[in-house]
Design a protein around this ligand. Structure first.
Ligand SMILES: C=CC1=C(C)c2cc3[nH]c(cc4nc(cc5[nH]c(cc1n2)c(C)c5CCC(=O)O)C(CCC(=O)O)=C4C)c(C)c3C=C
Ligand SMILES: [Fe+2]
Ligand SMILES: [Fe+2]
Length: 327
């Protein structure tokens, strides 16, 4: 392995090892046991998790994963690794031997943040940019990445030199990448009445307690709409993927999709800017389940615009970000 003084650790959420109930159960146990993800009192939550969610949800969710699984594995893992390879290729083309070494870790599952930081260190990396693939900050996602870096620090005598990217929701080059992707899509599929920005939801209470996620989402959507020159009635924001009975950020995506056709919006484009990489929540929930909701409610045309994934534009702005943060 080449010695390299700097590194980039792309961190994504994680995904089951296989589209089976057992593997999904293991993933959900790890993920939903994180107090950053679910903040309700511990004892009550553990009863719900072990008594209601883990016995029943994995079977249903495994079926959904099976419908999007590829020969290479879970789309989230395949596309995250492809993005890392393309980012590495770009950085190496720019800087040769001295380019930062790019690695991938997952908050839940393998390889972990701790493991990859030790791999980078063994490869001679002295300074690492930890880059959670969440454009909008939330304690439920990016907060956990910080926790895992802090745990590595706490367990180290010679602590690693880490730079952590808190968010990138308002970077002009990220916004521009979304705009380009929408324009490219619309050139091939013109005629939508409206563009729906569907962000992953979080509980309303988290925002009331100070999580800036909602504000970041609204900021991204407005920036994109402004550059596209959309009028107010030509774009909407909604929040998807809620779990449980508590109130989450509103309006909910599924309710919005039921409502839009009655307002005369029959042709819709949908984009999910909270996801850097396509995954279960976009490929199945948005592109399959929610498509049905819209079409069954009187909608006529529903176009899902993919995440930035391993596109040139995503690689371009991540390379800019790396250059800025690592110098
Ligand atoms: C229970 C609370 C959850 C919060 C809060 C939450 C926030 C959140 N999640 C993402 C990104 C992803 N979530 C994904 C799947 C997923 N999310 C939850 C729950 C919460 N997410 C569950 C239970 C699941 C698993 C699937 C299911 O059981 O429905 C994924 C996809 C993983 C994949 O393998 O494809 C991503 C990515 C964000 C960005 C976010 C808050 C900002
Ligand atoms: Fe989630
Ligand atoms: Fe979902």
């Amino acid at each position: 392995m080449n010695k390299s003084a700097t590194g980039v650790l792309l961190v994504n959420l994680g995904t089951p090892e296989a589209p089976t109930p057992g593997a999904v159960r293991a993933f959900l146990r790890d993920f939903l046991s994180d107090p950053r993800v679910v903040e309700i009192p511990r004892l009550i939550w553990l009863c719900i998790l072990y008594g209601v969610i883990l016995p029943f949800r994995p079977r249903k969710v495994a079926h959904a994963y099976a419908s999007i699984w590829t020969e290479q594995g879970s789309p989230l893992r395949v596309l995250t690794e492809s993005l890392a390879a393309r980012l590495q290729a770009r950085l190496s083309a720019e800087s040769g031997e001295t380019a930062p070494k790019v690695a991938v870790a997952y908050t839940y599952g393998e390889p972990s943040v701790a493991h990859q930081l030790s791999v980078l260190r063994e490869a001679g990396v002295e300074r690492t940019l930890v880059l959670p693939l969440y454009p909008q900050y939330s304690a439920t996602t990016t907060g956990s990445v910080y926790d895992q870096c802090a745990a590595v620090m706490k367990a180290s005598r010679d602590i690693p030199d880490l730079v952590i990217q808190k968010h990138y929701y308002s970077r002009p080059d990220y916004v521009r990448a979304l705009v380009n992707s929408i324009r490219t899509h619309r050139a091939q599929h013109p005629g939508a009445d409206c563009l729906l920005f569907s962000f992953h939801g979080i509980p309303r209470r988290n925002v009331d307690l100070g999580d800036p996620y909602e504000q970041h989402c609204l900021h991204t959507a407005r920036d994109v709409a402004t550059i596209l020159g959309l009028e107010e009635h030509q774009w909407r924001v909604s929040f998807q993927s809620r779990l449980g009975r508590a109130e989450w950020l509103k309006p909910y995506t599924d309710e919005t999709l039921r409502q839009l056709p009655s307002e005369g919006i029959k042709r819709l484009d949908v984009i999910c800017p909270a996801f850097a990489i396509d995954c279960l929540e976009t490929l199945e929930e948005i592109d399959v389940e929610n498509r049905e909701v819209f079409l069954e409610s009187g909608g006529e045309d529903y176009q899902y615009i993919p995440c930035l994934n391993d596109s040139e534009d995503q690689v371009f702005f991540l390379a800019n970000l790396v250059a800025e943060r690592l110098g």
